[in-house]
Design a protein around this ligand. Structure first.
Ligand code: EPZ
Length: 417
């Protein structure tokens, strides 16, 4: 298994390009299943999760091609097997996003129940409840969700919790359902809006994406389209936090500050100077950060996917911070690894109290999930001496060429195969 060897203490400086958003690319690639005409996508990030999904779609009969500009074309014209097998779904939970499009397009779908996940149980009961509300016959047998529907019927659906992929799944199903659907308590994440924009380009009739109520008028078929994936706001936030933690000065290109207001606010509270224009965002940090408290909540509040990175920042900040994780029940595993580097963290339930220390000391640590890995990389960048981060296949799921980008910013980092 690959590892990352990091020599800490170098303030990041310079500029890098932010890749397309993983959490927009995954649902949008699944949207290709809704049409018999090709969907052409630009700015798709080259990530393990994207490759996994391409294998899954390919297995169903979707023709996948890359053009010379690394644009992706997905042609579901000859879709033949509405099945998402366990061995692929178990490596990527977002595979659940094929369920609705398959059902809406083929009238049936068999998708393996995504197993548990390091950060929490992450059930898909709300996905299934929404589908039943639209008239589908849904059963769970031998670990598979088996869904059938001649044609889905539009319905008013209220999800008890705000669910990002639940909202995305229901929005995709409603595009081809008969009649009007209204999704209440919908997720407002920018990736949901990006998916809605792609679906509208394909001919869907969607109002209200980005608000908590989305109205969809079903149509009989969707056409092909061309769409550019939005920038990855979590990759953007991760690099901003790394620059702040190392007391550096960076500019991030092909991204913008409008999609991560809550993160920018917290970084300013920590003492960073942040400026932004239409397609870039810059951060300067003089001296160690101030401790910042945070509480994760659905967008537009502070994103759970940035909690681990901020915990690394708070480890070397001046003061004491309280971090509360309200979305997932087990998203503090990075704390145990940060303590190996000398961090002072007390966990009780879904709250972590982080007392800033003057210095972290390099050690060997183990990544447990995607964003925890990013947290450990940031800690390694500020720790004295060498840090080795193991099991970085977690990192490769969600960050494109992270060690190349960090090296471009002056970091002492290399991958050990
Ligand atoms: C999406 O996951 C993201 N993944 C996650 O990013 C992100 O952390 C999460 O949203 C929250 O923002 C993708 O978009 C591919 P949820 P998702 O459904 O949709 C509970 C990353 O690091 N819930 O919004 O799976 C669930 O257990 C990943 O890039 C149910 O109880 O998350 C959680 O507590 C990690 N029943 C809460 O809702 C359901 O049917 C929010 O989950 C669905 C969800």
């Amino acid at each position: 298994m690959d590892k990352l060897l990091i020599r800490g203490g170098v303030p990041l400086s310079g500029e890098v390009r932010i890749s397309g958003a993983k959490n927009a690319a995954l649902p949008i690639m699944c949207a290709a299943l809704l049409s018999a005409a090709p969907l052409r996508l630009a700015n798709v990030p080259h990530l393990r999760d994207v490759t996994t999904l391409l294998n899954l779609l390919g297995g169903m009969g979707v023709a996948v091609s890359l053009d010379e500009k690394l644009g992706l074309e997905l042609d579901a014209g000859r879709l033949h097997t509405p099945l998402a097998p366990y061995d692929l779904v178990k490596t990527m939970r977002a595979s659940i996003l094929v369920l609705w499009p398959l059902l809406a397009r083929c009238g049936e779908a068999r998708v393996s129940l995504p197993g548990g996940c390091a950060i929490g149980q992450r059930p898909v009961d709300l996905h299934i409840k929404g589908l039943q509300a639209m008239g589908a016959d849904v059963r769970v047998e031998h670990g598979y969700i088996i869904a059938r529907a001649k044609r889905l019927k539009g319905a008013r659906i209220f999800t008890d919790l705000v669910t990002v992929t639940g909202t995305e799944n229901l929005m995709m199903a409603a595009c081809l359902a008969e009649g009007t659907s209204v999704i209440e308590n919908a997720a407002r994440e920018p990736e949901v809006v990006d998916l809605a924009n792609c679906l509208k380009a394909m001919g869907a009739n969607i109002e209200g994406a980005g608000s908590d109520t989305i109205t969809i008028e079903g149509v009989s078929t969707l056409a092909g389209a061309a769409h550019r994936i939005m920038p990855d706001r979590i990759e953007t936030g991760t690099f901003l936090v790394a620059a702040a933690a190392t007391g550096g000065s960076v500019r991030l290109r092909d991204t913008n500050a409008r999609i991560l207001d809550a993160v920018v606010d917290k970084l300013r509270e920590a003492g960073a100077t942040i400026t932004a224009d239409d397609d870039s965002i810059a951060l300067e940090m003089d001296g160690p950060p101030l401790s910042v408290n945070l509480r994760t909540s659905p967008y537009p509040a502070f994103p759970t996917d940035m909690q681990a990175q901020f915990m690394a920042l708070d480890c070397i900040a001046r003061g004491t911070a309280v971090l509360t994780e309200t979305i997932f029940e087990n998203r503090f595993m990075h704390a145990l690894e940060l303590q190996r580097l000398g961090a002072d963290i007390e966990i009780s339930g879904n709250t972590a109290v982080v007392k800033g220390v003057a210095q972290l000391d390099g050690a060997t640590v183990m990544a447990t999930d995607l964003r925890a890995s990013a947290s450990l990389v940031i800690a390694g960048l500020v720790a004295r001496g060498e840090t080795v981060v193991e099991r970085i296949y977690h990192l490769d799921r969600g960050y494109e060429c992270i060690e190349e980008k960090l090296s471009q910013l002056g970091a002492g980092i290399k991958r050990i195969r």
